[in-house]
Design a protein around this ligand. Structure first.
Ligand SMILES: [Zn+2]
Length: 99
């Protein structure tokens, strides 16, 4: 298991004060999306440890949810013990194309 932190902001600036915008639904949707991201990261990186330092990678997910378009833009930031392991982790993360 790797350590994953989320740093997601909600951009509500474009949202009119509408009863259609349901904060509870949004929270549920974000939770669901986070769970999918966690599953993806654990699958890709969960078993990966630095061959030199025996440390797991840590991942920070920075994202912005645009309430008007209902799109979540996010990026992974990998934090590793050394550059070599960082390269390995990035290669592992980019393998395949789903997500
Ligand atoms: Zn290392």
């Amino acid at each position: 298991m790797i350590q994953i932190t989320f740093n997601i902001h909600i951009d509500e600036s474009q949202v009119p004060d509408s009863p259609l915008f349901d904060e509870f639904e949004l929270a549920q949707m974000l939770d669901y999306t986070k769970a999918q991201i966690v599953q993806f990261l654990q699958t890709r990186l969960g078993g990966l440890r630095c061959p030199t330092h025996d440390e797991a990678a840590r991942v920070r997910v920075d994202g912005v949810y645009h309430a008007d378009s209902e799109q979540l833009d996010f990026q992974y930031h990998l934090d590793t013990c050394c550059q070599i392991f960082l390269m390995q982790a990035i290669a592992m993360l980019n393998r395949g194309s789903e997500m």
